[in-house]
Design a protein around this ligand. Structure first.
Ligand SMILES: Cc1cc2nc3c(=O)[nH]c(=O)nc-3n(C[C@H](O)[C@H](O)[C@H](O)COP(=O)(O)OP(=O)(O)OC[C@H]3O[C@@H](n4cnc5c(N)ncnc54)[C@H](O)[C@@H]3O)c2cc1C
Length: 466
């Protein structure tokens, strides 16, 4: 057991929290979305929280924890839904929410501190130069920019710009190492992959530079269809229609749209599947023309909605990505979800085939994204949960049908991703965190290099039984 009193003394002058209920609060993210992670991680808790205000304070904290062998788990806003920010080995939670300044905003790019909230960044860039971030998670109003880079993958905007890890979607990050004398490294280009989506296992991001694009007053449009296949084909067509500028194109099958989008329920019939679209104001008429060519009907559009609807209804992006899951969970706490890929070019056929196999047990939710210049879709299906065994079986059937699953019921990088270790991230961890103190238990390649990814067993971090 580390000498926490000694550590607190080392950190004099830096904001520290040791009150058990406050530490517990800052030791949790949205892991509970998964009944499996809820069972495994509910007891997880750090020992103390440090809230630095500057890079100098981050460096002091890392040096002190390094000297005393105290694990450090970085936290942005704690909205990760794979348990990314859960301190599996206890230790210090490094809460970067207070380092949230937007340092420079101008045409082309923005420079911000790690804890800057995405919506706040956009407010600053719109005011400075009429531009905005290319993409954001549906947790736009709460999540931090470094948490998005280290723990997220893409979201609203990915239909135009692809994933966050695609080259060009992050310009630069400054990373601090976990060593006796922490170093600050600048990563750009290919090197960004060392820390991008690495769950803070191999360095602490202390500054980011993100590319910008033209800002628009995006119009929210919901289009209804009598069949899921019609909604999916329409959404695919919209996403591929280069002249119609969209920021979000998703699909939610009946009856989930009606049953779970409670505040929009009066617009959506029980048996309607819907396409969810954010479109630039100048392209709304073109979108409506596409609807007229399809067998759909515009159910809602924010630009012609009543003043009270515009004020009171949540923005459409908060019906999309994992907010769809959140809305379902609020109505039916037994719902859980999956994240999968329907690969191009047969994505629509696979959507239909998987919907057929599972029927009402797995309700289709699609998010259209651009992959290497072509449109495919992710599935964030809503699953009627019965048991862990059945959940594993549903995952296996998806994979056998050619749809890889990024399993949100696993807390490790590899199992939640491509089921293989990332050699660049592992090599960087050896360099930047030689003692393995950053977010222990999340990178199997570090914890158990002999782990067999081809087998079907789940990795269990020994530190969890602490
Ligand atoms: C309702 C809901 C909707 C969501 N929608 C999306 C979505 O559309 N797209 C998407 O990609 N994700 C989505 N997520 C997941 C999550 O909200 C995002 O990935 C978000 O960007 C995480 O930001 P955060 O500040 O909350 O990070 P945290 O949860 O605090 O951290 C995430 C990971 O990053 C690490 N980290 C945080 N800050 C740093 C740092 N400075 N340096 C190094 N590592 C760091 C943490 O250790 C952790 O491993 C959703 C989650 C919920 C609950």
């Amino acid at each position: 057991m580390a000498d926490l009193d000694g550590l607190a003394a080392d950190l004099e002058g830096i904001a520290i929290e040791t009150h058990p209920s406050l530490v517990k609060q800052k030791s949790r993210d949205f892991f509970w979305y998964s009944p499996v992670l809820k069972r495994q991680l509910d007891h997880v808790c750090g020992d103390l929280v440090a809230s630095p205000k500057s890079e100098e304070e981050v460096a002091r904290i890392l040096a002190a924890c390094h000297a005393r062998d105290v694990p450090v788990t970085v936290r942005g806003a704690g909205t990760g839904n794979y348990g990314q920010a859960m301190p599996l080995a206890g230790g210090l939670v490094l809460d970067l929410a207070g380092m949230n300044a937007v340092k420079r905003a101008g045409p082309g790019s923005v420079v911000a501190e790690p804890g800057a909230i995405l919506a706040d960044i956009d407010r600053a860039t719109k005011a400075a130069c009429g531009q905005e971030l290319r993409m954001h998670p549906s947790t736009y109003r709460t999540a931090s920019i470094a948490g998005f880079i280290a723990g997220g993958s893409g979201g609203v905007g990915s239909v135009r710009w692809g994933g966050l890890r695609d080259l060009g979607n992050v310009a630069r990050v400054e990373v601090m190492t976990m060593e006796a004398e922490p170093r600050k490294l600048t990563l750009t280009g290919e090197d960004l992959h060392k820390v991008s989506h690495a769950y803070g296992t191999n360095g602490v991001i202390t500054e980011v530079e993100m590319p910008l694009t033209a800002a628009h007053d995006w119009v929210d449009v919901i289009v209804g269809f009598d069949a899921l296949t019609l909604a999916a084909a329409f959404a695919d067509g919209v996403a591929r229609h280069d002249g119609i500028l969209t920021k979000e194109v998703g699909v939610v099958a009946a009856p989930a749209a009606h049953d779970y989008f409670l505040r929009h329920q009066r617009y959506i019939a029980h048996d309607q599947s819907v396409a969810l679209i954010m479109v630039a104001p100048f392209a709304v008429d073109a979108l409506v023309s596409l609807v007229a060519r399809s067998r759909g009907a515009v159910l809602y559009r924010s630009d012609t909605a009543s003043e009270s609807d515009r004020r009171e209804l949540p923005p459409l992006y908060e019906l999309s990505w994992n907010h769809t899951t959140l809305r379902a969970l609020r109505v039916d706490p037994t719902i859980t979800y999956l994240q999968s890929l329907y690969p191009y070019p047969n994505h629509l056929a696979k959507v239909a085939a998987i919907a057929d196999v599972f029927g009402d047990e797995v309700m289709t939710h699609l998010e259209f994204v651009r992959f290497d210049g072509v449109i495919a879709c992710f599935g964030l299906a809503l699953v009627r949960y019965s048991s862990e065994e059945r959940l594993d079986e549903i995952v296996r059937i998806h994979e056998e049908m050619g749809c890889p699953v990024f399993n949100p019921h696993r807390y490790t990088l590899e199992e939640g991703g491509m089921k293989q270790s990332d050699s660049a991230q592992l090599a960087f961890k050896r360099e930047a965190d030689p003692k393995g103190l950053l977010n222990p238990g999340k990178m199997i390649a570090w914890e158990d290099p002999a782990f067999d990814f081809a087998g079907r067993q789940t990795y269990l971090f020994p530190g969890l039984s602490r």
